[in-house]
Write a protein that binds this ligand. Structure first.
Ligand code: SF4
Length: 314
């Protein structure tokens, strides 16, 4: 097989041989033949780059705006502080809205390239980040990429970052279930250790969001991607006066009822907390202070840790 072009939609994917990038590609006949089972050469490159990454956790959401990136930030901050002897990484694959550099307080940092690939930016001694946000000329630059180009960038991200030894890599993905998600799963799945890739789903309590989460759960089931559980974010607003109100009313029972119905683990709920919003905007870590949000976060992280067996990694 010849080297695939930059905008290749991914050998072995649904669009292989059919996308506009395939026109004129020397592999088109092979890729579009349904009787040929081809493996994307990028998969071996990703496997090589990730060989020392023990566990990968895809953070998914059915909809945008449910706080998936904030939950990713909170989890990575808490886990890296709680387990200083372990190494954690965050990969911001939300290539159309990369927010992790700001949320993790490293906006404006430069990514360096060495012989072994891009070096992620250090957030803490045991926490690093790679994001498309570091590669943009300006914070206000828009990324307008069509499908194949996005897939090419994802493959590059997954295969050309020098992660070194990581116990857990959290991947902040775009919302929904698109081609990008399919590519990410295909590239990251390790057939010899299928449990090393899992999904965590973030939702808000209202039915409009839960409808899309059901699709996300079905996507994971179809892809045989183990679901670690569902986190309900912004479940209630706690005012400084002590009053609690439901901004997104859980008229159908919220995430807990949906999890019971879909037979997936419910990990817990995080409140809508202005302190979290403020800390994330400033890139500050608030996981070391004690309040109702961090209490809820600790309980969710304990369930996650139990499933990922972080303690047993080394
Ligand atoms: S998927 Fe398309 S672009 Fe990629 S190698 Fe196959 S024919 Fe070429």
């Amino acid at each position: 097989m010849e080297a695939e072009p930059e905008n290749c939609p991914g050998v072995g994917t649904e669009n292989a041989g059919k996308s506009s990038a395939c026109a004129g590609c020397p592999n088109q006949a092979l890729c579009s033949d349904p009787n040929t089972k081809l493996e994307d050469p990028g998969k071996a490159l990703v496997a090589e780059s990730m060989r020392e990454v023990k566990q990968k956790l895809l953070i998914l959401s059915g909809k945008g705006g449910v706080g998936k990136s904030t939950v990713t930030t909170l989890l990575s901050r808490y886990l890296s502080r709680k387990y200083p002897e372990h190494n954690f990484g965050v990969l911001d694959v939300d290539i159309c809205g990369p927010s992790q550099p700001r949320l993790l307080g490293v906006e404006g940092e430069n990514v360096h390239q060495s012989g072994s690939g891009w070096s992620p930016v250090g957030v803490d001694d045991n926490l690093c980040l790679m994001s498309i946000g570091f590669l943009l000329g300006s914070q206000d630059d828009a990324i307008i990429w069509r499908g194949p180009k996005k897939n090419g960038m994802i493959r590059q991200f997954l295969s050309e970052v020098d992660w070194g030894k990581l116990d857990l890599l959290l991947l902040d993905t775009p919302p929904g279930t698109s081609d990008e998600h399919l590519s990410i799963v295909l590239y990251l799945r390790n057939n010899e250790a299928p449990d090393s890739l899992k999904a965590l789903i973030v939702t808000t309590p209202q039915e409009a969001s839960l409808l899309d989460v059901r699709k996300e759960i079905n996507f994971c089931k179809k892809q045989n991607l183990p679901i670690l559980g569902v986190v309900e974010n912004m479940s209630a607003f706690r005012c400084s006066c002590g009053e609690t109100s439901e901004i997104f009313p859980a008229k159908t029972g919220g995430a807990a009822a949906m999890c019971a119905e879909m037979n997936v683990p419910y990990l817990g709920a995080l409140p809508l907390d202005p302190e979290v919003t403020k800390a994330c905007d400033l890139g500050e870590d608030l996981t070391n202070i004690k309040n109702s949000t961090t209490d809820a976060l600790v309980s969710i992280c304990q369930k996650i840790i139990g499933t990922l067996e972080i303690e047993e990694v080394y």
